[in-house]
Design a binder for this molecule. Structure first.
Ligand SMILES: [Zn+2]
Length: 119
């Protein structure tokens, strides 16, 4: 819950404003306002991204556990999956994609993200 915020100039209750990548509070009475924080643009990106596994992956202990946790596939199925690229592994919003991207990088898995992922 957001705390009530009173205008330091006139004492009216301020209302939240949201514009571009900034958030803040503004007084509806006198217009006094301030910016409180910066939102990472990744949280304002509502584009759906798709992560595809691409060619050249081989099953290792590390990537097996990662892919297994995402797909519930067996070792054999994952081996097959690595051979039938591109395989749509995941689709979702930028923050989730970023998290998964970091895990894929750790496991040195080849993948591509559509559309271009800039985070
Ligand atoms: Zn005011």
């Amino acid at each position: 819950m957001r705390e009530k915020c009173l205008c330091e100039k006139c004492g009216s209750e301020m209302i939240p404003i949201k514009k571009d990548s900034t958030v803040g509070m503004v007084c509806p009475n006198c217009g006094h306002g301030f910016v409180t924080s910066y939102i990472d643009p990744i949280y304002e990106d509502f584009q759906e991204y798709k992560i595809y596994l691409t060619e050249g992956n081989t099953v290792t202990k590390d990537n097996y556990f990662l892919i297994q946790s995402l797909t519930n596939m067996s070792m054999l199925e994952i081996k097959h999956l690595f051979e039938t690229t591109p395989y749509l592994l995941f689709k979702g919003l930028a923050p989730e994609v970023k998290e998964l991207k970091e895990k894929l990088d750790e496991c040195s898995i080849n993948y591509s993200i559509v559309p271009e992922f800039k985070y």
